[in-house]
Write a protein that binds this ligand. Structure first.
Ligand code: NDP
Length: 280
């Protein structure tokens, strides 16, 4: 029996209602994998001890969520390439007896996007500059995007993300301060919304985007997984755009995590169904 340990922050819920536990354990059951994925709440002051415990007990890996995504790096033996650029990890994998930090937030997104379009050589407009946007921007850049425009409400975070992309990835980036309804330039191929606007319970909230500037040639993605069909994605669909939702991003993250830990490619459909059962 192998164990995986997701370390969550100040956030605790019964395992049956935790979306990550539900979708990962559903995949283990479906594929007959003799593994368990458990939810543990770890206070920030106990993080070092928790990681030491995971090593001592031979855990094969774990996930960690806010507020541990940056702090946990101090207790690991190394980082994957994109995690190093992003400066945050959400997935830890035991490789050759070393705990290596990876970031699947952005990779899950790119994997979901690739089912619809290859981001290589595409012009991208990305709303947001928080943790999710940072991970998505780095992975899209490493996947070969031609240009990334970061649009964010706060100047400081937006400029830092654009600078990071210019310094650490081959993709040129620019920053636009988000004050007015944003008009998407006509030559944009992919529009990505990666802020928290529209997340349950604020499901009626709409990002300040001039949706009349969307054209049917644009692929539109939203990182919000609850609800999967956000008001923004509904507006994009009404303009004829193909859309990618946050639920598929969450599922793909899980698929990548399980591959890292077990080496097995699992069926994403089983994981989506487990999430849908939770009404996510
Ligand atoms: P952060 O708190 O790090 O960043 C929030 C971002 O949203 C910032 O860019 C912030 O702008 C922006 N923002 C928030 N409110 C507003 C507003 N009213 N107007 C304009 N901008 C706003 O959060 P994360 O990046 O970690 O998460 C963002 C979303 O992504 C969450 O909803 C989360 O659920 C989702 N997510 C989805 C994942 C998936 O697998 N589907 C994985 C990870 C995250 P500013 O810088 O100005 O504050």
């Amino acid at each position: 029996m192998n164990f995986l340990l997701p370390l969550t922050g100040s956030f605790a819920m019964p395992a049956a209602e935790n979306p990550t536990v539900a979708m990962i354990e559903a995949a283990f059951r479906h594929h007959g994998l003799d593994w368990r994925y458990l939810n543990c709440e770890v206070e920030p002051q106990n993080l070092e001890d928790a990681v030491r415990g995971a090593r001592a007990m031979g855990w094969r890996g774990f996930n960690c969520s806010i507020p541990h995504k940056v702090a946990v790096i101090n207790y690991l033996d190394g980082l994957g390439k994109s995690a190093e650029i992003i400066g945050a990890v959400n997935t830890i994998v035991l490789r050759d007896n070393k705990l290596i930090g990876e970031n699947t937030d952005g990779r899950g997104f790119v994997s979901a996007l690739q089912k619809v379009v290859d981001p290589a050589d595409k012009k991208v407009v990305l709303f947001g500059a928080g943790g999710a946007a940072r991970a998505v921007a780095v992975e899209i850049a490493l996947a070969g995007a031609a240009q990334i425009t970061i649009v964010n409400r706060s100047q400081d975070r937006g400029e830092k993300l654009s600078q990071l992309l210019n310094e650490k990835t081959p993709t040129p980036a620019n920053f636009v301060l988000w004050r007015e309804p944003f008009f998407i330039p006509k030559d944009t191929n992919i529009v990505i919304h990666a802020t928290s606007i529209g997340l349950f319970p604020d499901v009626d909230a709409m990002p300040n985007i001039d949706v009349s500037s969307l054209t049917a040639k644009m692929i539109v993605a939203d990182g919000i997984h609850n609800p999967p069909l956000t008001r923004f994605l509904m507006a994009a669909q009404a303009h004829g755009c193909v859309t990618v939702d946050g639920l598929s991003m969450l599922v793909q993250q899980g698929v990548i995590g399980i591959k890292y830990w077990t080496g097995v490619d699992v069926n994403p459909k089983i994981m989506s169904e487990a999430l849908i059962k939770l009404k996510l």
